[in-house]
Ligand binder design. Structure first.
Ligand code: FE2
Ligand code: FE2
Length: 284
């Protein structure tokens, strides 16, 4: 029954695996970038900084979890997409490490976040089955695709960032969207347990929200702005208020629990195309 449904979904939803492109970027961050480089707002800036702190170790884990199953994949297009996925995530790790070192040089304890995520990933590697590790990656990839499509690929948001910072977020969001179905399709091909997929998403959600909030607060403490009640109220409302960015993602997040879910049920190519032209120039 499940196989029949999966087959039907596969036929109904194009996977766009051939659209992946590995771009070698070379971001530089100079000292005149303002401390709060996103809308001059500590809340927005440090929220993205906390996420960046977890990328290098997190993305290494994604690569390993997908690579473990690559021999199970026979479809040549998906095999090619796995290689591109690995290339894209490896470059994200590398460029975010440069960004993280820059933020660390300003005194923000990003390396503590990096270390914490590294420890969590080591625990995952040791105690979770490869199937669950891959389910974790597919779950986080749903988060990163949501963040990209519902947030970072919005040109109004990118325009609020210092231009030297907007580039790395636009590039990362574009590639997260391009490869959003790779880990998912490898999971469907090689594992395909609905229980593991859904339960791992539930676990991942709790962990992701918990750790991100903790990391964000630790950076906020460092900024010295933790006592600014007005800034907190404005920030919480921006993300979680009635029309808040994160609140608006909830229906799309919940779709992941549907048996017939597939990341490309939401076609985001037009959105990516416009941002590509604007932010990637000749690397689009
Ligand atoms: Fe990434
Ligand atoms: Fe990714």
């Amino acid at each position: 029954m499940t196989a029949a449904i999966n087959q039907a979904v596969k036929q109904a939803v194009p996977t766009h695996h051939h659209d992946l492109k590995v771009r070698h970027m070379d971001f530089e961050f100079s000292d005149d970038i303002p401390e709060f480089w996103y809308d001059n707002d500590p809340f927005k800036t440090l929220l993205l900084a906390a996420l960046s702190g977890g990328f290098p170790e997190g993305e290494r884990f994604f690569i390993d979890s997908v690579r473990h199953f690559q021999e199970h994949v026979k479809d040549p297009e998906l095999r090619q997409a796995i290689r591109a996925f690995i290339g894209q995530e490896a470059h994200h790790s590398k460029e975010h490490k440069i960004l993280n070192d820059f933020l660390e040089s300003r005194g923000y304890p990003i390396s503590r976040i990096d270390k914490g995520v590294g420890m969590a990933m080591s625990w995952y590697r040791k105690y979770l089955s490869p199937a669950r590790q891959l389910a974790h990656t597919a779950a986080v990839e749903h988060f990163t695709a949501l963040m990209a499509e519902k947030y970072l690929l919005n040109s109004d948001e990118l325009a609020k960032m210092d231009s030297r910072m907007a580039g790395i977020w636009a590039w990362h969001a574009i590639e997260e969207t391009e490869h959003k179905a790779v880990a998912f399709d490898v999971y469907k091909t090689a594992v395909d347990s609905e229980w593991v997929r859904r339960s791992q998403m539930a676990i991942c959600t709790v962990m992701f929200l918990g750790f991100s909030t903790y990391d964000f607060i630790s950076l906020m403490r460092h900024s010295g702005r933790q006592g600014d009640v007005k800034m907190w109220a404005k920030g919480i409302n921006y993300y979680w208020g009635t029309t808040g960015i994160f609140r608006k993602m909830i229906p799309e997040y919940l779709r992941y629990y549907r048996r017939d879910f597939h990341p490309w049920q939401h076609d985001s190519r037009a959105l990516v195309e416009s941002i590509k032209q604007q932010y990637l120039g000749n690397k689009a």
